[in-house]
Design a protein around this ligand. Structure first.
Ligand code: MLT
Length: 243
């Protein structure tokens, strides 16, 4: 198995993605919201790129079981039901419903890697489950940090490094790392005792603090609180069946 990470989202995707497992990571905060919402009983999530698409999609879904979530400029979008703080997605609000989600970077990332063989949503919340599923699949891995407007992001890369670290520790077969994979691993080891430090140092983390969302940083840094593996297939994210 070979483990790679796509450090710069705006750079061209590597060849052979259609044979690889892909893990999309947007710690602050799209994939943290996705994992949290599904763990609290959301039936499915439709990630869309724009606010207009979200409203259009909502018109085609049953209104009593569909709700809109996401952010622009980190804040809840006018006319939406929820913002992009994972703590908002408690079972009493979301259980049994369909979420249409649009965020600045994270929801677009799923569409950028839609050619992947198996596409998962990863966060600190479900890191152990994602690592085990990648090992079970046994395919070459591409970690896809969704970054910040096409740029490198510290927090997503540190989480990607944690995934690589788990795979190296738990895998029975040898794992070859690309230079990017090796770099993410080294970065993760710098922050492994205190991942929230990486979130606080990151550009998006400090923007979230300035905008009043400081609590989301420690919330999103909680590790292994659920065993679900969300899978993106045919435009929809659901908990993987038989996982
Ligand atoms: C994103 O997709 O860029 C993030 O989730 C943005 C945020 O939550 O502030």
């Amino acid at each position: 198995m070979r483990a790679d990470i796509h450090l710069i989202p705006s750079s061209p995707l590597p060849r052979g993605i259609s044979e690889r497992s892909v893990v999309v990571i947007d710690i602050l905060r799209a994939t943290s919201v996705i994992v949290r919402a599904l763990s609290q009983g959301v039936l499915e999530i439709i990630p869309v790129a724009t606010v207009e698409e979200a409203f259009e999609m909502a018109k085609r879904c049953p209104p009593d079981t569909t709700f809109l979530g996401g952010e622009r400029g980190s804040r809840k979008i006018e006319g939406f039901d929820l913002g992009n703080s994972p703590g908002e997605y408690g079972t009493e609000r979301v259980n049994g419903k369909r979420l249409i989600l649009t965020t600045t970077n994270g929801t677009k990332a799923f569409h950028s890697v839609s050619a992947g063989r198996v596409i998962m949503a990863g966060s600190f919340f479900n890191m152990g489950a994602i690592a085990r599923h990648c090992l079970d699949l046994g395919r070459d891995l591409l970690v896809y940090p969704s970054g910040d407007m096409g740029r490198f992001s510290l927090e997503d890369t540190v989480c990607g490094g944690m995934l690589i670290d788990r795979i190296l520790k738990e895998g029975k077969e040898p794992v070859a790392l690309t230079d990017a994979g090796q770099s993410a691993l080294l970065l993760y080891r710098r922050f492994k005792e205190n991942p929230v430090e990486a979130l606080r140092l990151s550009t998006h983390g400090s923007d979230l603090i300035k905008r009043g969302f400081e609590e989301d940083l420690s919330y999103c840094a909680r590790v292994d609180i659920t065993g679900i593996v969300p899978i993106f297939r045919n435009g929809v994210i659901r908990i993987g069946e038989g996982i």
